[in-house]
Design a protein around this ligand. Structure first.
Ligand SMILES: [Zn+2]
Length: 389
């Protein structure tokens, strides 16, 4: 009982501390923050491991009402708070009221395999895009839509705008078929929301004409995991080359983020996949552990996804890899990696085996076995397309 009381006092004390640490940003209510680089995360709590709610582009403007040592607290909706690390922003001014503008123009555009929605604004505020089954919810905060003032061109029935004036702009993308990649890009006057149309799949040859970008993890000075004289970056590239053959055999169009031993930025790999208008992005890796002693408990093949649209792809690849390699099932995992966070194309990351486990290292570096891995991954992709579309 004494111990519980003691713990309670400690907890209360910690709470008081937490509240004390949080202070107002200035005499007036809001600090106007400008984001200094691309891909800056807005999180649901004030720490580096907290969930990412959205990513912000350079030049985005946010309004913070409180701060602690490292973070600003940002209010998006009344009483809904998120956090941004101070290192990513500049304070532009302290103001008594948020700046809320009317969206100037919304233009809908339909291309051969995608929809594009151009949202023109006076200042770049925060957006959040959420998957909702087959549908998407796009919300632009601190910018409202006015049915009379906002210019709208080429209205498309796939998108639903609010009927009445609202505080934030919320656009719904409605689809009766599964999502196949989407993206929000930033440009000087606003945002472009791109949604890929669901493809028509030839069920006998599901990979025919599907564009696949294959990414051999690491490269150059970034060797990845190393063990038993093996370097992860080399095994990744060897497997990717075999994958390329398998995908081509099944009619896919294949692009490689690297063809040789070269260092490439993670976001450049994603940009390349987008440039090629890819439908699927697969990143190939070999695993290791911070403490190699645990490798008897944790090893085998694992597949990683972030967005719900990629989960089935991860599952199909994992199923095929497990039955082909007979490795331990290191599961389909939800993981926030730069590659898996890409929502265009549909992206997954595959850890084929553990380079720090002798028997797996021998297999993943063996040419014949690499071919088995490549076949399993390709079949997994084909099954995904067949089952989902
Ligand atoms: Zn790796």
């Amino acid at each position: 009982m004494k111990k519980i009381l003691f713990l309670l006092i400690i907890m209360l004390f910690q709470n008081v501390l937490a509240i004390d640490e949080l202070k107002d940003v200035g005499i007036a209510k809001y600090a106007v923050l400008e984001v200094l680089e691309d891909n800056v995360p807005l999180r649901d709590k004030a720490n580096e491991n907290a969930k990412r709610i959205t990513h912000l582009y350079k030049g985005s403007v946010l309004f913070a009402d409180k701060e602690n040592k490292d973070y600003f607290r940002v209010e998006l909706k009344e009483n809904k708070y998120f956090w941004i690390n101070k290192k990513y922003v500049d304070v532009q001014a302290i103001i008594p009221e948020k700046r809320i503008d009317n969206v100037k123009k919304i233009t809908f555009k339909e291309e051969k395999n995608k929809y594009k929605l151009n949202i023109e604004t006076d200042f770049k505020s925060t957006y959040i895009v959420n998957e909702n089954g087959n549908n998407l919810d796009f919300t632009l905060y601190d910018n409202y839509f006015d049915p009379i003032e906002t210019k709208i061109s080429n209205k498309n029935s796939a998108f639903e705008l609010p009927l009445m004036f609202v505080n934030d702009l919320n656009i719904k993308y409605k689809n009766d078929k599964p999502l196949f990649g989407y993206d929000v890009e930033s440009y000087e006057d606003g945002y472009i929301l791109t949604v890929k149309k669901t493809p028509k799949i030839n069920h006998n040859r599901p990979l025919k004409n599907i564009k696949v970008t294959l990414d051999a993890g690491h490269g150059g000075s970034e060797k990845g995991a190393c063990c038993f004289g093996l370097e992860e970056k080399n095994i990744n590239l060897q497997i990717v080359k075999k994958l390329k053959k398998e995908f081509k055999k099944q009619g896919a169009k294949v692009y490689l983020t690297r063809k040789r031993d070269k260092k490439i930025d993670l976001y450049d790999r994603i940009s390349y996949a987008k440039e090629k208008d890819s439908d699927i992005l697969l990143s190939i890796h070999q695993n290791s552990l911070p403490n190699p002693k645990n490798v008897d408990k944790k090893h085998g093949v694992g597949t990683y996804y972030y967005h719900p649209q990629a989960k089935l792809l991860a599952q199909k690849i994992q199923e095929n890899l497990i039955s082909a390699t007979k490795f331990r099932d290191d599961k389909v995992n939800y993981a926030s990696f730069a590659i898996t966070r890409a929502s265009l194309p549909v992206s997954v990351l595959i850890e084929c085996g553990y380079i720090i486990r002798k028997e797996e290292a021998e297999k993943i570096s063996d040419k014949k076995f690499q071919k088995i891995i490549a076949k399993a991954i390709t079949n997994g992709c084909a099954q995904y397309l067949k089952d989902r579309y």
